[in-house]
Design a protein around this ligand. Structure first.
Ligand code: ACO
Length: 409
């Protein structure tokens, strides 16, 4: 963070280790705060991180207040307290795909681990799945919709070009929340999760819904056997809640992007030229355009290499920040793209297969939904238990990739 005049910020690494967020970020009036006010907030921040007194007081006040928004104190912890998921009704098996393109169940399952995927049909929407998943997370957390302060809708395929987070917020009845969409392809959920913790720690938010939801089937070329076998649609959600610093469930994180790799994985906006509209004297007035997106274009081998190289490095960096070795992790939960990628990363991190969460056989690559969908299944089946530590990592288009070391509850 660049130092504003008079604002003494610790080195970046220190900021991240202590899970502090930039100050004065969330309300315009904070930007105009005088220099001495900024200094005061830095003091508050240090006090809240190092001691529990002010923090406890604030949390208790929030619990009893009718206004779910906490006073703005930085330095609190955040933890995952609920999860949920939803998938479309239509199941498409590898055998079904073999009737459309030249492929086979054996080829797909051996190369990817995928056997089935779910695809949006009829009136199903990405937003609809997101609402269902988020309801599950709220129910598990026993939090009422009007106690949610923020909805982060992580998606690359919103139902509306301008995003659908606000519609999801409306349909959930989160009338005290605001919402926005976050686009980081298959890394979207990890980005949203880390963003949620920053709003809690730096912004005094109490309950943040992080939803990963995608309908990549809308952009799949169903005649391209190199890509159509991979993707499915789904949504998953978690509720991230403020807690004391001692209980903080985000132990470390690491995020990256590199636009140089866009050529390996993209769905580019296409402008279709339409006829020029001419004025009465024949002079061109303006060239109107209609835009759409291409189907997903992917160089599978390059994406595979990128994932196997960058994901373990990212997890190792996050583990280092958390002060943990991979042996201290209960579960490895990667973006569900390809079982061979999952296995290669687990091998590199020396994690045994029984510590790896995988459900891509049933759903394929569901982009931003894949991590919360797999987490929800693992929690509800009793696999992941309270206190378990999870290394989660997303990777995909952008290129983007990142990891979070989190504790469940
Ligand atoms: N069925 C049968 N044969 C196929 C199929 C198919 N579905 N697809 C490709 N082939 C053929 C190819 O034509 C090729 O034939 P050839 O040797 O005669 O030319 C042969 O199989 C090998 O093809 P490759 O593309 O080299 O196969 P590869 O082993 O690389 O597997 C795959 C392809 C599964 C796509 C793999 O590269 C992969 O999983 N890559 C990672 C993809 C990924 O994880 N993407 C994440 C996206 S995340 C996001 O943000 C969207």
């Amino acid at each position: 963070m660049a130092n504003a005049p008079g604002l003494v910020s610790p080195p970046a690494s220190c900021f991240r280790m202590r899970n502090l967020a930039p100050l004065g970020l969330f309300r315009p009036r904070l930007f105009v705060a005088a220099r001495n006010v900024r200094r005061t907030r830095l003091w508050c921040c240090a006090a809240a991180v190092d001691g529990g007194v002010e923090e406890d007081h604030v949390l208790k006040a929030a619990a009893t207040s009718s206004n779910p928004r906490l006073p703005r104190v930085v330095g609190m912890g955040s933890k995952l307290v609920g999860c949920g998921s939803a998938v479309p009704k239509l199941l498409i098996s590898n055998d079904d795909l073999a009737q459309i393109v030249e492929t086979s169940d054996e080829w797909i399952s051996v190369r990817t681990g995928i056997r089935n995927r779910r695809v949006l049909t009829g009136g199903e929407t990405v937003g609809g799945l997101a609402v269902e998943a988020a309801k599950g997370a709220l129910e598990m957390a026993q939090v009422e919709p009007d106690h949610v302060n923020l909805v982060i809708m992580c998606t690359s395929t919103p139902d509306d070009l301008f995003g659908c987070g606000a519609q999801v917020q409306r349909d959930l009845g989160c009338k005290n929340a605001w919402a926005f969409d976050a686009t980081a392809a298959c890394s979207g959920f990890v980005v949203g999760l880390i963003t949620a913790t920053r709003f809690i720690k730096g912004g005094g938010f109490q309950n943040v819904l992080v939803i990963g939801a995608d309908g990549l089937s809308r952009y799949v070329d169903w005649t391209d056997r190199g890509t159509c076998i991979l993707f499915g649609d789904a949504a998953g959600a978690v509720l991230v809640q403020a807690c004391s610093g001692d209980e903080d469930g985000l132990l470390g994180f690491d995020l990256h992007s590199d636009g140089h790799g866009q050529k390996h994985l993209n769905a580019i906006a296409k402008d279709e030229e339409t006829e020029l509209i001419s004025s009465n004297n024949g002079a061109p007035l303006f060239p109107p355009k209609r835009s759409s997106f291409s189907c997903i274009q992917m160089n599978g081998k390059e994406v595979f290499r990128f994932a196997v190289r960058c994901v373990p490095e990212s997890i190792e960096a996050a583990l280092e920040e958390a002060g943990l070795a991979s042996s201290g992790i209960d579960w490895l939960l990667l973006h569900q793209a390809n079982q061979r990628i999952v296995d290669a990363v687990a091998t590199r991190l020396q994690m045994s297969p029984d510590k790896v969460i995988s459900n891509l056989a049933n759903y394929g690559n569901t982009s931003a939904a894949s991590i919360p969908l797999a987490l929800d299944e693992a929690v509800r089946s009793g696999k992941v238990q309270a206190g378990n530590t999870i290394a989660a990592a997303g990777f995909g288009a952008g290129l983007t990739w990142g990891s979070a070391i989190v504790r469940w509850k």
